[in-house]
Design a protein around this ligand. Structure first.
Ligand SMILES: NC(=O)c1ccc[n+]([C@@H]2O[C@H](COP(=O)([O-])OP(=O)(O)OC[C@H]3O[C@@H](n4cnc5c(N)ncnc54)[C@H](OP(=O)(O)O)[C@@H]3O)[C@@H](O)[C@H]2O)c1
Length: 186
């Protein structure tokens, strides 16, 4: 199992401006994200309910696991979950082991605070919002090793982080091995 957090941030660390606009990344980043999401390094998407609502039409080609306090019955590729135990059950049931965690802010915070993120692929765009929704990755950065940085253009770079200590909170399962697919990217 490897959960990969993917996010685009402004230079000052925001994933959306104060108008709630979070779809600001460059064409280079969008192409990079599309490639990752279609690759074998990703077998499903995890989104908060608000992000799922915003991007659902672009996330129809793999299972979409949606974080919510009020789960609805499964519909098309969407399945809801309310906490980690619930999600873990779903992942095991469906044989999924390489989720891409796609935000937004509340959902990133839940996964980072509960130490559920194995890898971070963070795109930084050369702009500042000054206010907005923050990823606040700096608070968790000491738990990760920066493996490499790629420049996608003169205004966009991508940083790849791997969790230092791969242990997770107990999941009540022995099927928590790393995905052979999840190492095939970056
Ligand atoms: N730049 C980027 O990379 C990027 C990526 C993704 C999103 N975004 C931006 O981020 C913004 C959305 O972020 P957001 O933080 O407002 O929303 P979000 O994380 O997408 O979704 C929030 C929802 O998640 C559920 N949730 C949160 N904490 C929970 C908990 N402890 N237990 C159960 N469910 C929980 C709740 O759903 P219910 O209300 O249904 O209970 C909550 O309303 C948008 O502006 C979007 O454009 C940016």
């Amino acid at each position: 199992m490897q959960i990969t957090l993917l996010a685009a941030v402004s230079l000052d660390g925001f994933i959306a401006n104060d108008m709630g606009q979070g779809n600001f990344s460059s064409p280079e980043d969008k192409a990079h994200l599309r490639f990752f999401l279609r690759s074998t390094a990703c077998d499903c998407f995890i989104c908060g309910r608000k992000t799922a609502r915003e991007f659902q039409s672009k996330l129809s080609f793999k299972p979409l696991l949606t974080f919510t306090r009020t789960p609805q019955p499964p519909q098309a590729n969407r399945m809801d979950f309310t906490n980690w135990e619930d999600l873990n059950r779903l992942l095991l049931l469906k044989g999924l082991n390489a989720p891409a965690l796609l935000g937004g802010a509340e959902t990133y915070a839940y996964f980072l605070e509960n130490k559920l993120v194995d890898r971070v692929i963070l795109t930084t765009e050369n702009l500042r919002f000054y206010r907005g929704k923050s990823l606040d990755f700096q608070r968790f950065q000491s738990g990760f090793t920066l493996e490499k940085t790629d420049h996608l253009s003169d205004r966009t770079f991508v940083s790849y982080y791997q969790k230092k200590n791969p242990t997770r909170p107990a999941r009540g399962t022995s099927q928590d091995g790393r995905s052979p697919h999840a190492t095939g990217y970056a």
